[in-house]
Design a protein around this ligand. Structure first.
Ligand SMILES: [Zn+2]
Length: 494
């Protein structure tokens, strides 16, 4: 695949059209992102992974009182890492441990407490706009209810938590307009409970979540079938919003927008960043919410109406997933440290870090984006001002193309006319650009592409309009209210 870099910045007010194959936004080059990528260390990732595996098991229902074994000790260790990082940045991280009691198919009848360990790096000027990175701390054995036996979970998902802590360490050295959140979830293997907790925490705290980057199984580059690819990470994204109304779905089905949810445009943004800033490391976009019949902690974010993607390794080894550690007929089963490729994991972490940084530096995508041009030779895009934006870029692409192809600056206007670009023949979008040249993801017009949280809720908290039915349901039910504890010290938790 040809890779062409955009070497020149757009000059505001100048009409420029560029065709590229694989490297659209951002248009500008930021040395800061090269520095962020360069600061990620594979040795730190290895140390974290070994430490987490050292807790024997991190099963959600394992002991919380032992100092050396189980989910409680692992949670306290993660909180301590965040505290150490925070000491190095003048207290830039606020550490919270939201929790809730759940029951369900993979939980005790009476319910059990699930607790996340979350570090919040508040934005300097737009703190309610939030980018959330997640990974899950809990692990499992062949029997998902076996909370006693060893369950190393080195790749699933200690590798993801290692990426989370390393990203927090690297980004804590910088300040960002928007807020960055690093959430080590529990309860994922029992039913995505930790994802539900942090997504609900976001709702209850009025966060405008622009993206959730869920890292789950991101450290293995060798497939169980012999395939090996250390240069690619899969980024899964839904094509249409999981909570569109019947009316919105009907409109979108007729006019297009089936491959342009905000989650998908986050995936495109990541693909472009990887081409621009990483050394021979690429995003393979997968047009699915998750792997076939499987799920992860990005799903509760999608359910809450927030954009979210899942990062997963290029090739999986099924013998190493959800299996007791053992050798049978010469086959090694189980998820141990030797199965993690830490140089590969370092590249995944670099992608997380530059994506978090770029999103948090850039303004949000423009609100209320609309497109017009039926029975006309020109296409007109219009939007509301994006806070912090100094200019806007209009992007378009072939309706069958995976990535944005053409760009025209709209300067600081709130609309642009694309001369002799016929609406019928292309998909369109607009990004917002800061004074310093930081560019937001491209947003597709209308509901299908909007980054605003949806759907519209009534006073009872339920959707006002009938929703398009969603597929499946993961996990069980809450027992009682969530607890949004605000520090880790007052009551001896986590
Ligand atoms: Zn997992």
């Amino acid at each position: 695949m040809p890779r062409i870099r955009l070497l020149s910045a757009l000059v505001a007010g100048t009409l420029v059209t560029i065709t590229v194959f694989a490297a659209p936004p951002p248009v500008n080059n930021h040395p800061e992102l090269h520095a962020v990528a360069g600061a990620v260390k594979a040795s730190n990732l290895h140390a974290t992974d070994v430490a987490l595996v050292g807790f024997g098991t991190r099963h959600t229902l394992s002991t919380t009182t032992s100092k050396t074994r189980g989910i409680g000790a692992a949670r306290r260790w993660v909180a301590a890492q965040f505290e150490t990082i925070s000491k190095g940045c003048d207290g830039c991280l606020e550490i919270v441990t939201p929790s809730q009691v759940f029951t369900g198919k993979r939980m005790p009848k009476a319910g059990a407490e699930v607790m996340d360990v979350v570090a919040i790096q508040r934005g300097t000027s737009d703190p309610d706009r939030v980018i959330v990175m997640t990974a899950h701390l809990d692990s499992r054995r062949s029997d998902v209810m076996d909370a006693a036996g060893d369950s190393p979970g080195a790749n699933d998902d200690a590798a993801g938590v290692a990426a989370l802590i390393e990203t927090a360490r690297v980004l804590s050295k910088h300040r960002f307009p928007a807020t960055l959140v690093y959430s080590a979830d529990s309860g994922e293997e029992q039913g995505l409970y930790g994802g539900k907790i942090i997504a609900q925490y976001a709702v209850d705290h009025g966060w405008k979540v622009e993206a959730n980057l869920n890292n789950d199984m991101v450290g293995n580059s060798h497939g169980g079938n012999g395939a090996h690819d250390p240069h690619t990470i899969r980024v899964f994204s839904e094509g249409t919003k999981s909570n569109e109304t019947l009316e919105q779905a009907a409109y979108r089905r007729y006019h297009g927008g089936g491959v342009d949810s905000p989650s998908r445009n986050i995936a495109r943004y990541m693909a472009a960043l990887a081409e621009q800033y990483l050394d021979d490391f690429h995003v393979r976009m997968v047009y699915r919410t998750d792997r076939w019949g499987r799920s992860g902690d990005q799903v509760p974010f999608l359910d809450q109406g927030f954009p979210a993607v899942r990062l997963s390794e290029s090739n999986e080894n099924y013998d190493h997933q959800h299996q007791n550690v053992r050798v049978e007929n010469g086959v090694h089963y189980g998820d141990v440290v030797s199965g993690v490729d830490f140089d590969y994991l370092a590249n995944v972490t670099r992608l997380d870090a530059i994506t978090m940084a770029s999103l948090a530096m850039a303004p949000p995508p423009p609100p209320d984006l609309a497109v017009k041009g039926a029975v006309a030779y020109d296409t007109t895009l219009s939007w509301q001002p994006s806070p912090g934006a100094a200019s806007y870029n209009a992007w378009w692409r072939e309706t069958t193309a995976p990535q944005w192809q053409h760009v025209q600056s709209a300067s600081d206007a709130d609309s642009v006319v694309l001369k002799d670009i016929i609406l019928d023949d292309w998909f369109f979008g607009v990004s917002a650009v800061s004074k310093g040249g930081w560019e937001s993801p491209v947003e597709f017009p209308g509901f299908a592409g909007s980054f605003a949280r949806s759907p519209k809720l009534g006073p009872d908290g339920k959707p006002v309009d009938a929703l398009y039915p969603s597929f499946g349901r993961f996990g069980g039910d809450a027992v009682g209210q969530p607890s949004w504890r605000h520090d880790t010290k007052s009551d001896g938790h986590p």
